[in-house]
Design a protein around this ligand. Structure first.
Ligand SMILES: *Cc1c(COP(=O)(O)O)cnc(C)c1O
Length: 348
C-alpha cells in the first residue's frame, strides 16, 4: 500500500474553506496602495497594520537557507502551535491515535489529551533508540502521526537514521521529526530528505540554538501537499509583526548563531567532564544538544538543594528509564561555574 495523504486528512478539514482576508490578494501589488479594508488605525507606528499572513520575507530567507521551496514551509507561534496544527488537521477526536516514544518531549502527550487522541506509547530501548518492530506492531488504520524527537528531549541523543528511515518506509501515516535541537548536533537535518519521503514532516524552532525563545517562532517543513493543509487551518495572523521582523534579523546573522552554538558546545563538553568527578553523579548521558541528562544519587533531594542555592534545574525522574535524573541546560560560563560550585559543596 503506497502513501496516500488524502486518507489521513480529517473529513471536516478536507472540505474546509479557509478564512481569507482581503489583504491576502492585494498586498503583493505594492506598498503605494490605500488599505481601507481591515479596520486598522491608519496612523503609522510600525505595528498599526496586520502582519503578512504568509510571512513572505521570512520564508524567502528560510527557503534559501534550507534549500527548499517557500511552499514547503509553514510558520507558527512556536513549534507548539505547529504540533497543534498537525493534530487538528489529521487526527479525528475520539477515533484516531498517535505513537510517541517516551522518554520524550511532554507536549505530544498534552496535545493528544487536548485533542482527545489516544497516545500509544512505545518506550525507547536502553540506548534511548526506537524499537522499530514494536512501534510498527502498534500501528493500526487509525494511527495518523508518529513523533520522533531527534536530538531527543530529555535524553539528549540523536535517533539513529537507519531506524528513522525504516519507520518512514514502513509507516503510512505522518512521521514528525522534532528537530528543536538539531543545530547543536553534528548531523544534517532530515529536511534534505523531504523529496524522498512524502510522509515526512520536520519541525524546528528559533527557541533554542537561535536564542529567540521570547519571540515564539516555530517552523514546519514538509511536502507542498502537507503544508497546504496546515496553512488552510492556521489562524491568518498567527505570527505577529514584531516576531517576523526580529526573526529575520536573527536568521540572517548566521555567523553570530554558529559562534554561539560553538561556545555552548564547548561549555557543555567541559561541564560534562567536570561532572564525572562528583560522587553524587552516577552517569552523564551522551548529549547532542545544549543540555545534559545526569543520573544522580537522589534526584529529588539534589533538585531541592540546588533550588535552595538559587539554581533551577529540571528533575526528569518521573519519565520512564529516567529514575534519579536531572536535566541541566548549558548556561553562560558564569552560570555553569556556579552550578558546578554548588554541586561541589553538596558532594561530600
Ligand atoms: C523546546 C522544545 C521545543 C520548542 O518549542 P517552541 O514552542 O518552538 O518554543 C519543541 N520541541 C522540543 C523537543 C523542545 O525541547
Amino acid at each position: 500500500m503506497g502513501f496516500k495523504l488524502e486518507r489521513l486528512i480529517r473529513e471536516n478539514i478536507r472540505g474546509l474553506k479557509p478564512y481569507s482576508s482581503a489583504r491576502d490578494e492585494f498586498v503583493a501589488l505594492g506598498a503605494d496602495m490605500i488599505f481601507l479594508d481591515a479596520n486598522e488605525n491608519p496612523n503609522a507606528n510600525g505595528v498599526n497594520r496586520y502582519p503578512d499572513p504568509h510571512q513572505r520575507s521570512l520564508k524567502a530567507v528560510l527557503a534559501n537557507q534550507k534549500g527548499i521551496k517557500e511552499s514547503q514551509i509553514v510558520l507558527g507561534n512556536g513549534s507548539d502551535e505547529i504540533l497543534d496544527l498537525l493534530f487538528r488537521a489529521f487526527c479525528e477526536p475520539s477515533k484516531d491515535n498517535i505513537i510517541t516514544l517516551p522518554p520524550t518531549y511532554g507536549m505530544y502527550k498534552v496535545l493528544s489529551d487536548i485533542n482527545v487522541i489516544e497516545n500509544c506509547e512505545v518506550l525507547l530501548n536502553e540506548d534511548f533508540q526506537p524499537d522499530v518492530k514494536a512501534i510498527l506492531s502498534k500501528v493500526d488504520a487509525h494511527t495518523k502521526l508518529l513523533f520522533l524527537c531527534s536530538p531527543n528531549n530529555p535524553t539528549g541523543n540523536l535517533i539513529q537514521s537507519e531506524k528513522i528511515e525504516t519507520i518512514l518506509n514502513e509507516f503510512q501515516g505522518l512521521v514528525v521529526i522534532d528537530e528543536a535541537y538539531i543545530d547543536f548536533a553534528n548531523t544534517e537535518s532530515w529536511i534534505c530528505r523531504l523529496n524522498e519521503f512524502p510522509n515526512l514532516v520536520v519541525t524546528q524552532t528559533l527557541s533554542k540554538a537561535y536564542g529567540m525563545a521570547g519571540i515564539r517562532l516555530g517552523m514546519c517543513f514538509a511536502s507542498e501537499e502537507i503544508i497546504t493543509i496546515l496553512k488552510k487551518i492556521k489562524p491568518p495572523y498567527n505570527v505577529n509583526e514584531l516576531t517576523q521582523e526580529r526573526a529575520l534579523i536573527g536568521i540572517i546573522n548566521e555567523k553570530k548563531v554558529s559562534n554561539q552554538i560553538s561556545a555552548i558546545l564547548n561549555e557543555r563538553n567541559k561541564f560534562k567532564e567536570t561532572l564525572k568527578e562528583f560522587n553524587l553523579v552516577q552517569k552523564v548521558f551522551k548529549s547532542d544538544a545544549n543540555f545534559v541528562l545526569v543520573r544522580v544519587d537522589d534526584a529529588k533531594m539534589r533538585y531541592g538543594q540546588l533550588l535552595d542555592k538559587g539554581i533551577v534545574v529540571r528533575n526528569r525522574s518521573s519519565q520512564p528509564m529516567c529514575e534519579n535524573t536531572l536535566r541541566f541546560t548549558i548556561g553562560t560560563r558564569e552560570e555553569n561555574k556556579k552550578l558546578l560550585a554548588a554541586l561541589k559543596e553538596l558532594d561530600l
